[in-house]
Design a binder for this molecule. Structure first.
Ligand code: NAD
Ligand code: TYD
Length: 353
């Protein structure tokens, strides 16, 4: 079996759902259930013996050690993190605690278990660390996309904390021999995305008749990847990645934010027209820019393609249409997130560890 951390969050939950749709290999899902963790996303796995959900902190060394001893997973896939840049600007403490200290404690608990394994199991074990392109900082217009040797130049408290965690993972390999893999992915979008991030926020606000807040001039560029393509890249790296290597993951879909917002409005105008016949674009509002806002991210994913044969299945056009349709069809999920009802789910549907 494998141990997934942060598997009630956006990408982790998509990963667990896809994994169990493709494999029978069980998953232990360790998640603290912060505001970003939503067990309702995993409701289709209720009663599925292949999924064992454990509410807990990656920084709880005793808990992680107990899980490692009890379940003896062959791999750890580490998603758990504080992930929202704007929150990291308002308060970075949780980012330091989870992304840095939590990753350190997780690495140590995993290393202790791994060190005691028989030689053959030791060689086959993997610790896959899921990271972001934001560790590389901001690109000038026209500069080549980030490859794996690009210097780390993190600019936000979030990206600095992720950069620190990447360095710890690297050091645990070089110093202790832990068989690690790291992926650095561009911005994800798709089903079950918490509506504080750009794409789900715009869809949800548009449908609620609220303003669509675009930071600054809206010309900041992100490189968008459909979440299921990120999950397939992680599965491929876990399966065949070279130990100690990092792999950049992206879909060659650079877009300015304002274009993303216009695309969402156009899809909604088509799929769910406003009652007054006006376009959703009338709700676009330019607001104060984010401090330290990175201007451009772009990922060069050629290493992953050349070495491991990975390619995304979705284009931005197919992925964004699926995403908008998903939000239109899952009003209950959105309503429970907005009302906070999803936070009660744990008491009624899952047992705490
Ligand atoms: P998310 O915020 O949606 O989910 C994070 C999950 O981690 C939540 O379920 C939360 O409850 C859990 N968690 C937080 N602190 C924890 C702790 N101390 N112990 C256990 N669980 C804890 O994040 P996401 O968007 O799914 O991102 C997952 C990972 O992928 C993160 O490491 C992030 O840095 C990385 N990443 C995200 C993106 C993106 O576009 N969202 C892109 C590249 C990389
Ligand atoms: P976000 O989804 O927060 O991801 P990240 O900051 O990690 O890239 O934001 C994506 C882009 O959208 C980023 O340039 C900030 C911008 N943005 C807005 O313009 N308005 C918003 O309300 C949000 C949440 C983001």
């Amino acid at each position: 079996m494998i141990l997934v951390t942060g598997g009630a969050g956006f990408i982790g939950a998509n990963f667990v759902l896809d994994w169990l749709a493709l494999h029978d290999e069980p998953v232990i899902n360790l998640d603290k259930l912060t505001y970003a963790g939503n067990p309702e996303t995993l409701s289709s796995l209720q009663g599925d013996a292949r999924h064992r959900f454990v509410q807990g902190d990656i920084g709880d060394s005793a808990l992680v050690s107990r899980l490692m001893t009890e379940y003896r997973p062959r791999a750890v896939v580490h998603f758990a993190a504080e992930s929202h840049v704007d929150r990291s600007i308002h308060g970075a403490e949780d980012f330091i605690q989870t992304n840095i200290l939590g990753t350190f404690r997780l690495l140590e608990a995993v290393r202790t278990h791994w060190s005691a394994l028989p030689a053959s199991h030791k060689a086959d074990f993997r610790f896959l660390h899921v990271s972001t392109d934001e560790v590389y900082g901001s690109l000038a217009p026209g500069a080549p996309a980030f490859n794996e040797t690009h210097a780390y130049e993190p600019n936000s408290p979030y990206s600095a904390s992720k950069a620190a965690s990447d360095h710890l993972v690297r050091a645990w390999h070089h110093t202790h021999g832990l068989p690690v893999l790291t992926t650095n992915c561009s911005n994800n979008y798709g089903p079950f995305h918490f509506p504080e991030k750009l794409i789900p926020l715009m869809i949800v606000n548009a449908l609620a008749g609220k303003p669509l807040p675009v930071y600054g001039d809206g010309m900041q560029v992100r490189d968008w990847l459909y979440v299921k393509d990120h999950c397939s890249a992680i599965r491929r790296v876990l399966e065949a990645g070279r130990v100690g290597e990092t792999y950049n993951v992206g879909g060659w879909n650079e877009k300015p934010n304002i274009e993303i917002v216009h695309t969402i409005c156009a899809l909604l105008d088509d799929l769910r027209p406003r009652a007054d016949g006006a376009s959703y674009t009338t709700q676009i509002t330019h607001v104060k820019d984010r401090p330290g806002h990175d201007r451009r991210y772009a990922i060069d994913a050629r290493k992953l393609e050349a070495e491991l044969g990975w390619k995304p299945a979705e284009t931005f056009e197919t992925g964004i249409r699926k995403t908008v349709q998903w939000y239109l069809e899952h009003g209950d999920w959105v309503a429970h997130v907005q009302s906070g009802a999803y936070r009660q789910w744990i008491t009624s549907h899952y047992e705490a560890a």
